[in-house]
Ligand binder design. Structure first.
Ligand code: ADP
Length: 413
């Protein structure tokens, strides 16, 4: 979903790490697109997109992805850092327009993402007029016996398997580039990783494999290594969240009504930037959103029950400033980069199943207020019985020693 909502490049100060490399392959990075072996139609496409220079991950990944002989690669970086644009460039480079059969196969975990990747292919490949795309996704019916002429196939694992083994219209033995996007999501979604592995097994040995993931934790690593033994792994170090630029305040209230009043007082003073309010449960988020709307506040709500597309649209509206307040459950505690968010409110503290503070979620929630080193402010509006959790948070993050922390009672802020 993060990918669906990133409309501009996430600026990263972090360095790219090469975790594993093939000692025989010279590793170099590029600073301009001209240094790459790209045909001129593709360079034109890149400039049409407004890309002046490669992003951090592209600097390292593109030379490897376009190298001869082709190299297998695993690239990990958060969404919005330019991975899709990179593998789209690789597909458009590898596809031969004069050959009318599928040569590049890209798997994505969802229908929406597959279509979005297709849009990027069309945009960057604007001047590669003879390269065509087809989508192996649900709803795109093709008759048995169809001869696929498109050079690039983008699909979800299920339908792609169907096209390969049931309908037998997609011949995997002629695929020379296989891209697996969002490998971490594939692993989290039942069935997708097994389907991807089945597809991968039917590819020719010489097929280049590129795997992308926003994270590179153990399950992804194990999955990746089943598909690509001994891969080159490049990794954009995860942005380290720091709390030093975020002022944190805790506010202790007697009841949920008082919490609500405190929030409304706060709301009145949000004059700059935008606010994200986090609730622990969907019920609480619904209740708060209903109450604030009835009181005439314009709020948006983001919970897990929305479809991916609905969520992307809520975030897009918020990003455009159509709503100033976004109420959310933990679905988007991490990953959402709306630069204008200067204030985060915890309407209750994040807790784990044992009723202990969920430090990681707390960090990611309040981290929304201080993106890219901007100054932010975080208010936690809590009830009296959760005060011990406040202490634990203070202790855990050493807020007292390192960062300013004020505990305020209602009405004094
Ligand atoms: P990811 O796949 O890592 O989520 P994308 O490739 O979708 O990232 O890129 C995120 C956004 O940044 C997109 O809007 C894309 O058009 C833009 N983008 C990608 N590469 C560049 C670049 N080199 N310069 C400027 N913008 C870029």
């Amino acid at each position: 979903m993060n990918k669906l909502i990133h409309t501009s490049l996430v600026e990263s100060q972090q360095h790219v790490e090469i975790l594993q490399r093939d000692p025989s392959s010279p590793l170099f990075s590029i600073k301009t697109f001209e240094e790459l072996p790209l045909k001129k139609e593709l360079l034109q496409g890149v400039y049409m997109m407004g890309f002046n220079r490669p992003s951090k991950i592209q600097e390292q990944a593109l030379p490897l992805m376009l190298a001869y002989p082709p190299q297998n690669l695993i690239a990990q970086s958060q969404s919005g850092t330019g991975k899709t644009a990179a593998f789209v460039l690789a597909m458009l480079s590898r596809a031969s327009a004069s050959e009318k059969y599928p040569q590049c196969l890209c798997l994505a975990p969802t229908y929406e993402l597959a279509l979005q990747i297709g849009q990027v292919v069309r945009a960057i490949g604007k001047f590669c007029t003879d390269i065509k795309v087809n989508y192996a996704v649900r709803g795109n019916r093709v008759l048995k016996g169809t001869v696929l002429e498109e050079q690039i196939i983008i699909g979800t694992p299920g339908t792609t398997l169907d096209w390969c083994f049931k309908q037998r219209i997609l011949d995997l033995t002629k695929i020379s580039l296989f891209v697996l996007d969002e490998a971490d999501i594939m692993i989290d979604t039942q069935g997708l990783s097994c389907q991807s592995i089945r597809i991968h097994r039917a590819l020719p040995k010489s097929c280049q494999v590129l795997l992308f993931s926003a994270t590179y934790k153990e399950p992804v690593r194990a999955f990746a290594e089943r598909i690509i033994p001994d891969p080159i792994v490049i990794k954009l170090r995860e942005e380290e969240l720091t709390l030093s630029n975020i002022r944190q305040y805790f506010m202790v209230c007697q009841s949920s009504d008082e919490q609500y009043k405190a929030l409304c007082n706060l709301y009145g003073s949000f004059t700059i930037g935008q606010v994200m309010i986090f609730c622990q449960t969907r019920r609480m988020a619904d209740w708060l959103s209903g109450k604030m709307s009835r009181d005439g506040h314009q709020v948006a709500i983001l919970t897990a029950e929305l479809t991916v597309v609905q969520r992307a649209s809520v975030i897009q509206r918020f990003r455009e400033g159509k709503e100033k307040v976004l109420i959310a459950t933990n679905v988007c505690a991490r990953g959402i980069d709306v630069q204008q968010v200067t204030t985060v409110v915890n309407f209750g503290l994040p807790m784990d199943q044992d009723g202990e503070p969920d430090f990681e979620t707390y960090l990611h929630r309040i981290g929304r207020a201080g993106r890219f080193g901007h100054r932010g402010i975080a208010f936690s509006v809590v009830q009296r019985e959760t005060v011990p959790l406040v202490h634990k948070i203070e202790e855990y993050f050493r807020i007292f020693s390192a960062f300013p922390c004020k505990r305020l009672s209602q009405g004094t802020w």
